[in-house]
Write a protein that binds this ligand. Structure first.
Ligand SMILES: Nc1ncnc2c1ncn2[C@@H]1O[C@H](COP(=O)(O)OP(=O)(O)OP(=O)(O)O)[C@@H](O)[C@H]1O
Ligand SMILES: [Mg+2]
Length: 402
């Protein structure tokens, strides 16, 4: 019997999939930018954007490791609302120092100087009042940090390598912190030692970066979405083929339907089908066996909880939005679908944003936060409408009574 560790699929967030399918244009954009930087040419930063689970982190990790093969010294950071970018950068410098253990002593000393210029990584309690960081939070308050980076960059170049900032969840980086980094990267573009920035984030990342610096408009943004049919098949079948296992054609078709090309779902379903299969074939029967369980597990963790928290009015807004089709919708179109003015429904929209059901990808637009929310709504429409109507009647009754 094969070991459970033979399972090639990677259903964990941020993990590199066994086959990074359908992302060739993004891979080559990052590859080109790294190659150019390596030869001393300045490349526009490249930022991958997309909804949750589309594969941004996987793509960033892949690009970073390809850049390392070209000589990049990488400072990899995940911006977050809980930890200041200064603290996160310090961590990434410490990590890089350990990872590139064999770099020359001068680069190591430059790492140390940059580390000393930043505060220790300290978690802050949510909300501004509860901060427990004793030192100034933002990079801009750390005199000497930019100079330390300049020295590090110069040392890295002296050894024929180049510096690369990789920032995941870039939409969560504090604007003041990002501004310091962006300015630094921008200034190096005019020198013989350009620094490259690769980023990944939600679709509102370009708008966030625009607030950092207007020239970030010219950066290379690439939004990634669901995989096409053939790409989905490649993502599922190729890793198995390498292990001498084939998927029945019908099994693949069913998986294409179930996953709808959503990378996160692809790994979950393929992994479960792999666990179910015996011998060297994954059959339609295997997929039929696992599909209901995987679907209900995914619906529960992705959508059920979010939708349960909605009031009837919010539910009606979500249903009206889904009626308009897939992707971002204008605030005005949703309002007129509901027969109301934009102002009248703006508080509902704010609540839906707070409850993590929708977000604003750009001014005047609203989009479901989780991929395939439209499909979830279509599947459960009758029940969702019942809830919206039922409570709707109670609301009306209440207002008539009072
Ligand atoms: N091109 C791809 N083909 C197949 N599977 C992929 C692909 N890209 C990513 N995956 C898989 O999809 C899942 C989600 O990927 P990842 O965590 O990179 O998404 P993300 O966009 O960063 O999500 P989040 O917004 O939650 O951070 C992981 O299991 C990963 O292995
Ligand atoms: Mg990610």
């Amino acid at each position: 019997m094969s070991s459970p560790f033979d399972n090639p699929y990677r259903p964990a967030p941020g993990s590199l999939p066994p086959e990074l399918a359908g992302r060739e244009p993004q891979i080559s954009a990052a590859h080109y930018a790294s190659g150019l930087t390596q030869t001393g040419g300045a490349a526009q930063p490249v930022v991958f954007t997309g909804l949750r689970g589309m594969g941004k982190t996987a793509l960033l990790r892949h690009s970073v490791s390809a850049a390392e093969d070209m000589g990049a010294v990488v400072l990899y950071t995940e911006a977050s609302k809980e930890m200041s970018l200064a603290a996160a950068l310090r961590r990434s410098l410490e990590h890089a120092k350990a990872q590139y253990a064999s770099v020359p002593a001068k680069i190591k000393r430059a790492f140390d100087a940059a580390i000393r210029a930043l505060p220790k990584a300290t978690y802050e309690l949510p909300g501004d009042g509860g901060g427990i960081t004793l030192e100034a939070r933002h990079v801009e308050h750390h005199e000497g940090f930019v100079e330390a980076l300049e020295t590090l960059n110069a040392e890295v170049r002296r050894h024929d390598r180049f510096l690369l900032f990789a920032i995941d969840e870039i939409q969560d980086g504090a604007i003041n912190d990002l501004r310091v980094l962006v300015r630094f990267v921008h200034l190096t573009a005019g020198t013989a030692a350009p620094v490259l920035l690769l980023g990944a984030g939600l679709p509102n990342a370009p708008a966030h970066l625009h607030a950092v610096r207007t020239y970030t408009e010219r950066w290379r943004y690439s939004r990634i979405g669901l995989l096409e049919r053939d790409e989905t098949i490649a993502a599922i079948a190729n890793p198995a083929t390498i292990r001498g296992v084939t998927f029945e054609v019908d099994a693949l078709e069913r998986l294409v339907d179930e996953t709808a090309g959503y990378p996160f779902f692809i790994q979950e379903y393929a992994s479960a089908a792999w666990t179910e299969h015996r011998g060297n074939r994954v059959t339609l029967r295997d997929v039929d066996m696992i599909a209901p369980g995987v679907r209900s597990m995914l619906e529960s963790s992705f959508y059920d909880e979010r939708f349960r928290r909605l009031t009837p009015r919010e539910l009606r807004y979500a249903l009206g939005m889904a009626d308009l089709g897939v992707g971002p919708q204008t605030v005005g179109a949703i309002a007129s679908r509901l027969g109301a003015s934009s102002e009248n429904v703006s508080s509902i929209r704010s609540q839906l944003i707070k409850k993590d059901v929708v977000f604003v990808p750009a001014a005047g637009l609203v989009e479901f936060r989780m991929p395939l929310t439209d499909r979830y709504i279509a599947r459960h429409r009758a029940q969702l409408e019942r809830r919206a109507r039922f409570y709707g009647r109670r609301e009306v009754t209440k207002s008539v009574d009072s």
